[in-house]
Design a protein around this ligand. Structure first.
Ligand code: ADP
Ligand code: MG
Length: 709
């Protein structure tokens, strides 16, 4: 591969970010005043002017062409959950049979893909197909290289002719603005006059599986749906816990090296990699960045995992549950709030004043997660993630927060009006009446079972599915916290005694939403927690369709309208799109299953049962004991009959679901009728897999998929 760097020979620092049009490249290549303008636009202080865009476009073109780019694309996040590109070449004919390479400011800031086939949930009729993409200045442009060429990718937002959001980027950007606005109000009320903007930082930890391509290609279910719809458990699963953080196999290490190189080239700071809990499951975590960059980078990470896996004869599986009975994959969304002058608002400070600020922002996050638990739950409600959440697997579908012992104690003390306490490490923490405590340096401990954990200086939202874009979870999270902060700000702005106001806000908020409510430091996987959560009145929504209904509630709509993130119309269209996507995915899975049952499993097991029966007859003709063969043949034949019947039932259920017009009723049918019918077919298929001779079974099994690499 020509563009693969051997970094045993090339120092990483020499090639890191070579394919990213980062701020440092802009600083180098743009006139000073233009670079300053761009920074101001990034910081939300200015609108981008066409004159500035013109200069940036010229620099970008020159840079991209010098690296071999022939095409550029506005790169965007339609509601498919994937990214989309429409490539244009830089060429402009000169009229004498030659071309020059052109790229204007207008082409940089605005594109017009004919995007009528992207889901719009009725926002845009196909006859009004126009949609625009607009440059997102907050995330760097980058070069995508494949062995045959190079394309300049410009991160963009995608909007309709009438200005409605058609993608995941527009609402995300708006949610960041909303959060910044309210956080600044709180900071101002606390006496901060310097900070101009608050941004959110995100570091997503991405889990995935690798399987050998040779086996993958023999599984129609993996190829078409990303997960196995049949597959019996091998004798060994993950019970030995020998894979988690285990030594990385050489073949995988080679893959990881190349994955890192590819990511480093585009300026994605891939930092940590390790084996995960399940066999052949892995994780990669880049260093956190601002949210829009993190969202874009995560899409690139997912795509690069797949591309690099192919080069190594493997397939990367991003699905949340590729293998039943084996740990699924998630994406831990590490999230924090930072200021433009370098403060992390979730960092406890060295003095009571900065601690007051810290506790206030943590309290806001706690209250937001409690009040908008259903909304957050809906942000991770997909057909793939449904197999994890609420299905006896990490994390549970109940949204709760882990705070850790020390921080919980501090909040408890403030709430109960105690004046002094000992921290866990034994040191005395003074809780004055009018000032807040000095906090111990590290206020978090470790917890692996909480869906929303405070981990030192950030919150970690762990319910996000491995295959999904992190844009929507972050959008909802930002808006939820913005709302609570706006209420805090209302109170603080009116207060004459700020210290007293801070204490009373924390006290009121935490006693209502934290203690005995959303804060839970125990084992989130236990059955007692499910009962306890119910006593506390915490929602436990197990399936996707029910989770999504919150999107059209009047509370949700008013939340989004208040903060100008979604209009009612936009939200309703999204609700439709999500329901339809759910139905379509189950529809494909069920279709694949019927196909595999009828055209692969049925003929194979029938042949095997027939051979056994023939064998039994021959044995009998010579007076030999044929009981084992006869019994096994009968057992298999009985199971085949069941498989046949259950497949027919699934087919009928599926046909019925397909005929339902109403999107909600249809999704419900897929959830409540088609999925159980699939379970019934699977049970027969998996039982047969355990009985049929290996040579007859038409697919590679879990042994090959999970243990061979
Ligand atoms: P873990 O204990 O979960 O493995 P790490 O410290 O390895 O935690 O961090 C996991 C992810 O969190 C990384 O992507 C890291 O960059 C990110 N992260 C660290 N600090 C912050 C922060 N302040 N805001 C957002 N993400 C962060
Ligand atoms: Mg983590």
């Amino acid at each position: 591969m020509s563009n693969v760097i051997d970094f045993t020979k090339t120092p990483v620092a020499d090639f890191y970010g070579i394919n990213s049009f980062s701020n440092s490249v802009m600083r180098e290549r743009l006139p000073k005043n233009i670079y300053r303008e761009i920074r101001a636009v990034q910081g939300g202080e200015k609108e981008l002017s066409l004159e500035v865009a013109e200069v940036v476009a010229a620099a970008m073109r020159e840079w991209a062409i010098s690296k071999g780019a022939s095409h550029y694309t506005h790169w965007f996040h339609p509601l498919t959950g994937l990214t989309a590109e429409k490539h244009d070449s830089f060429i402009a004919p000169t009229g004498d049979g030659k071309v020059i390479m052109e790229f204007s400011g207008k082409e940089l800031v605005k594109g017009e893909p004919d995007a009528s086939s992207f889901p719009s949930g009725g926002l845009r009729a196909t006859f009004e197909a126009r949609g625009y993409t607009a440059w997102d200045v907050t995330s760097p442009a980058f070069l995508k290289q494949d062995p045959t060429g190079t394309t300049l990718c410009i991160p963009t937002a995608f909007i309709s002719y009438y200005g409605q959001a058609l993608d995941k980027k527009v609402p995300l950007l708006k949610s960041i603005d909303a959060l910044s606005k309210q956080a600044i109000r709180v900071l101002r009320a606390l006496g901060n006059t310097k900070t101009k903007r608050v941004i959110t930082s995100v570091g997503p930890e991405q889990e995935y599986f690798l399987v050998d391509k040779e086996y993958y290609d023999q599984r129609p279910d993996l190829m078409l749906t990303g997960r196995t719809v049949f597959g019996s458990m091998p004798a060994k699963g993950q019970e030995m816990e020998d894979h988690y953080f285990g030594a990385i196999k050489e073949r995988v290490a080679g893959f990881m090296r190349e994955l890192n190189t590819e990511l480093w080239k585009v300026g994605i700071a891939a930092k940590t990699q390790h084996n995960e809990v399940a066999p052949n499951q892995f994780e990669i975590a880049p260093i956190f960045t601002n949210t829009t960059t993190a969202v874009d980078a995560n899409q690139v990470v997912m795509e690069t995992i797949k591309n690099v896996a192919h080069r190594h004869g493997m397939e990367g599986l991003l699905h949340e549950k590729p293998f039943a009975g084996v740990n699924g994959s998630g994406k831990h969304n590490n999230w924090s709030m930072d200021t433009d002058d370098g403060m992390n608002l979730f960092n406890p400070g060295a003095d009571p004043a900065s601690n007051a600020q810290f506790l206030l922002f943590v309290a806001a996050a706690i209250e937001a997660v409690d009040r908008y638990a259903l909304l957050l739950r809906s942000s991770v409600a997909t057909s793939g993630n449904e197999h994890r959440l609420g299905a006896n697997e990490a994390p549970p579908a109940i949204v709760s927060i882990f705070l850790g012992g020390a921080l919980t104690e501090i909040f408890d003390n403030i709430t109960e009006g105690r004046s002094a306490t000992h921290s866990q490490s034994g040191e005395l923490i003074k809780l004055g009446v009018s000032s807040l405590p000095n906090l111990p340096k590290d206020v978090s401990d470790r917890n692996r079972t909480s869906p929303f954990a405070f981990t030192g200086n950030k919150f970690e939202f762990r319910m996000v599915g491995s295959a999904q874009s992190i844009a929507t979870p972050n959008t909802y999270l930002n808006v939820s916290v913005a709302q609570v902060l706006s209420e805090f700000a209302d109170k603080l702005e009116k207060a004459t005694d700020k210290n007293e106001a801070i204490q009373s806000i924390i006290k009121e908020s935490y006693s209502k939403h934290g203690k005995n409510k959303v804060v839970f430091n125990g084992n989130g996987y236990s059955d007692e927690w499910v009962r306890e959560a119910e006593r506390r009145g915490l929602p436990n929504v197990k399936n996707t369709v029910d989770s999504l209904t919150v999107l059209t509630s009047s509370e949700t709509i008013s939340l989004f309208e208040t903060h100008k993130v979604f209009t009612k119309e936009e939200m309703e269209s999204r609700y439709h799109i999500y329901l339809e996507k759910y139905s379509k995915q189950i529809n494909i899975e069920a279709g694949v299953m019927i196909n595999m049952a009828r055209r692969y499993i049925f003929p194979a097991v029938t042949a095997f049962a027939g051979d056994l029966a023939d064998n039994a007859a021959s044995l009998s003709s010579i007076g030999a004991n044929n009981a084992p063969q006869a019994k096994r043949a009968k057992h298999i034949a009985d199971l085949v009959a069941e498989l046949y019947d259950e497949t027919a039932k699934l087919d009928a259920t599926l046909t019925e679901a397909q005929s339902i017009e109403d999107a909600f009723a249809q999704a419900q049918a897929y959830s409540e009728k088609v999925r159980p019918a699939m379970d019934a077919v699977r049970a027969r298929g998996d039982a047969l897999e355990k009985l049929v001779a290996k040579d007859y079974w038409p697919f590679p099994g879990y042994e090959e998929l999970l243990f061979k690499l």
